[in-house]
Design a protein around this ligand. Structure first.
Ligand SMILES: [Zn+2]
Ligand SMILES: [Zn+2]
Length: 174
C-alpha cells in the first residue's frame, strides 16, 4: 500500500497528492484500522475485567475508561487491574484451606496407617481397618460410637466394631 502511494505521489506531483483517490483510500483504511483496534481493545478490556473482577461497577469503569480514552485507557487498565484471575484466587484459597485442614488434623485419616480417608469410607483402602459401620437399614456410613442412624433413625445394634484389620498387612504383601 505504501509503495503504491509513493508511486502515485512521484507521478502525480506533490500538489494533487492529498486529493488523489489513492491517498483517500489509504487514509480511509488507516482510520478503519485505528477504529477497529480501538474497539477490539475495548472488547478485550471487558473480557479481561470479567475474569479478574467481581463487581459490575469496576468492570463498567474499566470498559468506559478504555472506550473514552482510546489506546491509553487499556494501558491504564493493564497497570491498575488485579494481578490474578478470579479462578486462580479461588483455587489458591481452596488449596490453602486444604493445607490448613491437613495441618490441624481435621481431615479424616485412617488411625492405623494415616492414609487420607473420606468421611464416607467404611474401611481404610490401604490397611482395611474398619473406619465406619454401614447402617443396616439405609447403608449409610455410621460412626462406630453412634447408637442410632442420623439419616434414617434406625437403631444401631450393639456394634461389632472391628478394630483389627481384616487381613494383616504382612499377609497381604507376602
Ligand atoms: Zn489404614
Ligand atoms: Zn440409616
Amino acid at each position: 500500500m505504501f509503495f503504491v502511494v509513493l508511486q502515485t505521489s512521484t507521478s502525480g506531483g506533490g500538489g494533487s497528492f492529498f486529493s488523489s483517490p489513492w491517498w483517500q483510500f489509504a487514509s480511509l483504511m488507516s482510520w478503519a484500522l485505528l477504529i477497529g483496534l480501538w474497539l477490539a481493545l475495548v472488547f478485550w478490556t471487558y473480557k479481561d475485567a470479567r475474569r479478574r473482577m467481581t463487581g459490575s461497577l469496576m468492570i463498567g469503569i474499566s470498559v468506559v475508561t478504555s472506550l473514552v480514552f482510546p489506546y491509553v485507557g487499556p494501558l491504564f487498565y493493564m497497570i491498575l487491574r488485579p494481578p490474578e484471575y478470579l479462578e486462580d484466587v479461588l483455587e489458591r484459597d481452596l488449596e490453602i484451606r486444604a493445607k490448613e485442614l491437613e495441618i490441624s488434623g481435621a481431615a479424616d485419616r485412617c488411625p492405623a496407617c494415616q492414609t487420607p480417608a473420606r468421611d464416607d469410607f467404611l474401611i481404610c483402602p490401604k490397611c482395611r481397618r474398619q473406619l465406619k459401620l454401614a447402617c443396616r437399614k439405609c447403608d449409610r456410613p455410621l460412626d462406630p460410637a453412634w447408637r442410632a442412624c442420623p439419616y434414617c433413625a434406625a437403631e444401631v445394634k450393639a456394634p461389632v466394631a472391628r478394630t483389627e484389620p481384616l487381613i494383616e498387612e504382612d499377609e497381604l504383601f507376602a
